[in-house]
Design a binder for this molecule. Structure first.
Ligand SMILES: Nc1ncnc2c1ncn2[C@@H]1O[C@H](COP(=O)(O)OP(=O)(O)OP(=O)(O)O)[C@@H](O)[C@H]1O
Ligand SMILES: Nc1ccn([C@H]2C[C@H](O)[C@@H](COP(=O)(O)O)O2)c(=O)n1
Ligand SMILES: [Mg+2]
Length: 201
């Protein structure tokens, strides 16, 4: 059986987590992992790890991230598939993917996995810019020049993907401009069909 077949046998469940740069995807994914037992896979984190690993694609990925561009789907999808297979879980939050129509169509063609829904964090550019400029995680792309390029790519390439899922009634939009705990209250409503994890002290 191939990799995707093995995931499907486990009853794989995928939620795509989308939103502009700095909208709070990673922050809210950590909350969802804690309370709903999902595994968080950030496409951006996987690409950054690939650069650090010294892979043959490292320099190409680094250059594209610095320019705020989207890495070719075949590279990102291979990393996502590998991460899903290496993980014992069957419930995944795929953060920052699909980022454009090419990502979306390629994932569908390669995996035939349809997301349960798409969580969309809606936030103004002004607020996202403020957050990114004070994030302080040493990311190469958190400088004003690259941030502006990332916003442009988000508007031109990523928003159409969200509109695609919206038209299929699969997008769940959350107002992400509010404080973290308020955003999570709305996220929890989107996840209400999933069992909550019981935390024992
Ligand atoms: N609701 C919020 N209110 C204020 N600050 C927030 C909120 N959510 C996240 N932040 C902060 O904003 C910054 C960006 O958040 P985060 O890294 O979660 O965004 P992201 O959507 O994953 O961004 P990227 O697309 O660049 O990876 C972080 O410093 C985080 O602590
Ligand atoms: N599907 C993806 C996701 C991310 N990237 C690249 C380009 C992004 O600007 C960068 C950082 O992603 P983030 O951590 O902000 O989600 O990674 C991509 O090419 N394709
Ligand atoms: Mg992130």
């Amino acid at each position: 059986m191939d990799a995707v077949g093995r995931l499907k046998e486990k009853g794989v469940k995928v939620i795509f987590v989308l939103g502009g740069p700095g909208s709070g995807k990673g922050t809210q994914c950590a909350n969802i992992v804690r309370d709903f037992g999902f595994t968080h896979l950030s496409a951006g984190d996987l690409l950054r790890a690939e650069i650090k690993s010294g892979s043959a694609n490292g320099t190409m990925i680094q250059n594209m991230i610095k320019e705020g561009k989207i890495v070719p789907s075949e590279v990102t999808i291979k990393l996502l598939e590998k991460a899903m297979l290496e993980n014992g879980n069957y419930k995944f939050l795929i953060d920052g993917f699909p980022r454009n129509e090419e990502n979306r169509a390629a994932f569908e063609e390669v995996t035939r996995i349809e997301p349960e829904f798409v969580l969309f964090f809606d936030c103004s550019e002004e607020e996202m810019e403020r957050r990114l400029l004070s994030r302080n995680q040493g990311r190469d792309d958190d400088n004003i020049e690259t941030i502006r390029k990332r916003f442009k790519v988000f508007l031109e390439s990523s928003l159409p993907v969200i509109e695609y899922y919206n038209a299929k009634n699969k997008a769940r939009t959350v107002d992400a401009a509010r404080p973290i705990n308020e955003v999570f209250e709305s996220v929890k409503i989107a996840f209400s069909s999933f069992d909550k994890k019981v935390h024992i002290e």
